[in-house]
Structure formats: C-alpha cells, structure tokens
Design a protein around this ligand. Sequence first.
Ligand code: NAI
Ligand code: 15L
Length: 268
Amino acid sequence: MLKKLLITGAAGGLGRLARENLADFAETLRLTDITALTPVSDAEEVMCGDLGDSAFVDRLVEGCDGILHLGGISVENHFDAILNANIVGIHNLYSAAQKHGQPRILFASSNHTIGFHKPSTRLDASSVTRPDSYYGVSKCFGEAVASMYHDKLGQETAIVRIGSCYPQPQDVRMLSTWLSPRDFMALTRQVFRVPVLGCPVIYGVSANKDTWWDNHAVKHLGWEPQDSSETYRAQVEARAAEQGQTPDTLLQYQGGNFALAPLMQKDG
Ligand code: NAI
Ligand code: 15L
C-alpha cells in the first residue's frame, strides 16, 4: 500500500475512475486538477492548480510516494495550450519528482504517439513513434522526458500508451483500441506493486481480438487484461451501420480521426 498517491487530472474522466477505485490502495489520495475538486473523506487531500506552474507542482509532489499522471490536455488543441499543460507540465512534474525522492510515476501517454501507423502494422514497445497531432507530439515529449530521467537519474515510470479507456467501445476503431476501466485500474495497481519497474512502454489495451499492439516486452510485469471488446462487437457494428459510420475512414490510421483532422492553429 502506498502512503500518498498523487492523482493529477483528478477531475477528468480517468481521474474520477482512479479516485473511486484506488481509495484502498493508498493511505491518502492527493488529488489535483486545474478544475475545482472537493475531498469526500479524510483520506483525500485536494490541491488545485496549473501543472504549468513549477512552484505549485513542486508543492504537489512533495510527500508523495506514487504519482498517477493523468492531468493535461487530452485531445487535440493549438500548440500554446498543449505547450503549457502537457510539455511544461510534464517537465515540472519530473523536476519536482527528482527533488522529492523519485516517487514512481505512471504516465498516461496515448496511442496518438503512434497514430499515423496503419492498422495493418503490428506495433510493440520498440516501434517508432508517428504522432498524429500536436497532442500526440506532446505525449512523445512526455515519453522522452520519462526515458531520459530514467536513463540519467534512475526515475521509474510506466509509460502507458492508453488506447481508448471508456466503459464500452464506442465505435469500430475502439474494437481494436479499447481499454476497459477494470483493466486500467488493475494495470495501475500492478505498476505500483512490482518491486522493479524501470521505464517500460506499455500499450494500455484490453485483450481485444483485433488489437494492433503487442505487449510481449512487458509480460514480466504480470499484468493480464481480463476484458475484450468482442463482448460489444455486435452492438458496436449495429450502431455503426445505423448511424452510417464509415469504418474505412476511421480505420485508415491507428489514430483514427486525430490523424485525419487538419492541423489545429490558434487563430482558426
Ligand atoms: P480528461 O480531459 O477528462 O482529464 C484531464 C484533466 O486534466 C482534466 O480534468 C483537466 O481539467 C486537467 N487539466 C488540463 N490542463 C491542466 C493544467 N494545465 N493543469 C492541471 N490540470 C489540467 O482526460 P481523461 O480522458 O481523463 O484522460 C486522462 C489522461 O489519459 C490524459 O492525460 C489523456 O491524454 C490520457 N489518455 C486518455 C485516454 C482515454 O481514452 N480516456 C486515451 C489515451 C490517453
Ligand atoms: C486519447 O488520447 C484521448 O485522450 C481520448 O479522448 C480518446 O480519444 C483516445 O485517445 C482514443 O484514441 O480513442
């Protein structure tokens, strides 16, 4: 059991999931977000602020023995927005972790680091990145910071390239990319439990039949996803047909619509 687990992005979708599921996993959950939060028990601490503020992040990390880093911009945006939350923000986090005893980190990276690969290409931890957006580029930066802090200073991080973490797959692409909330929470616990972690790249994906990603390099961590998108295939395909969704477009690249969208500029 951890003493104090910091959850960044605690007001977001996965932050709420973690808050509900990990209460028994740490004596205290320190919750942070740029959005207001209210503690629901004595075992929760709340510190709200901007990940781009280095003095704030320094205070945030002090006293924590684990960090679940979910905070930041989670979809495509213009570069300035991404820069503060995801690039300056992650640098602040690693810098503070170095100062405060190197608590182990789970970094919520994304499949959009590799989104310009075709679905016909099977990827593993050693595959080259092909980001599909500024958002994907920022996650590549985060992965690079984690790797450098490990190689130079020994900081441990699980770099988790999350596919699509929702209660159910929402479209045909997610039949390949879906990560069930249950599998994500089991992975999180395992990351903080294993005696030695290092800095592995882990594809955050359930045991889907049509997955594009191979996690053989991290078998030794002992995480076995239990869920599969097959449970929802008929439902997803029926809905897609009903709504006239075009799977061919969605499945042109692994990153789906992120890869197809025009590059987002600040002024239009
Ligand atoms: P979300 O957008 O619901 O939550 C992110 C949270 O970060 C928000 O509550 C937001 O207020 C906070 N935030 C944004 N900028 C901030 C800043 N400057 N300072 C402090 N907090 C800030 O995203 P979600 O779905 O919960 O995802 C969590 C993490 O997992 C994100 O980093 C996302 O990139 C990553 N991820 C999520 C996937 C998914 O399927 N949900 C897939 C791949 C990656
Ligand atoms: C992500 O990285 C996003 O944070 C999330 O909103 C989903 O769109 C997910 O990837 C996905 O690719 O389905």
